[in-house]
Design a protein around this ligand. Structure first.
Ligand SMILES: NC(=O)c1ccc[n+]([C@@H]2O[C@H](COP(=O)([O-])OP(=O)(O)OC[C@H]3O[C@@H](n4cnc5c(N)ncnc54)[C@H](OP(=O)(O)O)[C@@H]3O)[C@@H](O)[C@H]2O)c1
Length: 269
């Protein structure tokens, strides 16, 4: 069990949604926080609320995880400001939904740089000091789309599958070192995320609910933290996966007629 009171916790993407709720929840536990995101004004307001909730010290830093130098500097600043790093929550991320072949190139690059390369850069920066202390927890916020890919979210699903693969490989690589790597798989969660994606299919959770799962995972670092109904989907995936691909595709096309057809202009006779 990891003691969270006084633990130094760095959270990427803490300016809204799951990251914001996670910061608040660690604050209630008396953790010391390093918060990063691009919107520094929002981050500073959240930092103040975290102090009021009980976080003994909170630092903020403008962070674009898509820039590896930025990501490394965020981790270095967290360690400089708080003397060590106990928990890293790689939460920053964004989605895009639509036909794969219509996805703009710059969006593809942004998703890969933020959702995957960002996780790689912060984790590579955090590992040497954690390994030296022989302790630390890295929590990667993936998605249920990290094991059950979503039609019309191909690149997003690919980045989250990659995060899961990275995390599991690293967990094995680090076994016996005292450093744990965990994956949290939120399903649809009420946040600003859906300002950039179509409405979710299935139950919708609150950001606070996911934050509770993340904080529990930091206390009891398990390999995979999956919400119950999706744990079942995860188990049945090898048997029913092909069928689910079709069902989800149909549900999307029914809900969003603009996704029907190929999106290509009709062929000339
Ligand atoms: N909401 C869902 O249904 C859902 C489901 C499964 C997984 N997730 C995952 O949960 C995580 C959090 O998403 P959310 O739902 O809380 O969405 P959100 O409210 O849009 O929050 C995303 C956070 O990531 C930050 N961010 C985005 N790009 C960034 C960048 N380049 N550098 C640094 N920070 C960046 C944003 O801050 P700035 O804009 O200020 O930089 C914001 O704080 C994401 O990894 C997402 O993939 C969400």
């Amino acid at each position: 069990m990891v003691r969270l009171k006084g633990a130094v916790v760095a959270i990427t993407g803490a300016s809204s949604g799951i990251g914001e709720a996670t910061a608040m929840r660690f604050a209630r536990r008396g953790s010391r926080l390093a918060l990063g995101a691009r919107r520094l004004d929002r981050l500073n307001a959240i930092a103040q609320r975290c102090r009021e909730l009980g976080a003994p010290d909170v630092s903020t830093r403008r962070l674009d995880v898509a820039r590896p130098a930025d990501a490394r500097a965020f981790v270095a600043a967290a360690i400089r400001d708080h003397e060590r790093l106990d928990v890293l929550v790689n939460n920053a991320g964004l989605g895009w939904m639509g036909r794969f072949h219509e996805m703009p190139e710059d969006k593809t690059e942004e998703l890969v740089a933020t959702n995957l390369a960002g996780v790689i850069a912060t984790t590579q920066a955090a590992l040497p000091p954690m390994l030296e202390r022989r302790r630390g927890v890295i929590i990667n916020v993936a998605s249920v789309l990290g094991f059950r890919a979503g039609p019309y979210s191909a690149v997003y699903s690919a980045t989250k599958h990659a995060v899961v693969g990275l995390s599991h490989a690293l967990r094995g690589e680090l076994s016996g070192t005292g450093v744990k790597v965990c994956v949290v798989y939120p399903s649809s969660t009420r946040t600003e995320f859906f300002e950039h994606a179509e409405a979710p299919i299935g139950p919708v959770y609150s950001a606070e609910w996911v934050a509770r799962l993340i904080v529990r995972t930091a206390r009891f670092p398990r390999r995979d933290a999956i919400v119950i109904p999706y744990r079942f989907v995860h188990l049945t995936e090898p048997i029913f996966g092909g069928l689910v691909d079709h069902v989800l595709g149909e549900l999307r096309r029914l809900g969003y007629p603009r996704l029907s057809g190929s999106g290509l202009p009709p062929r000339r006779p």
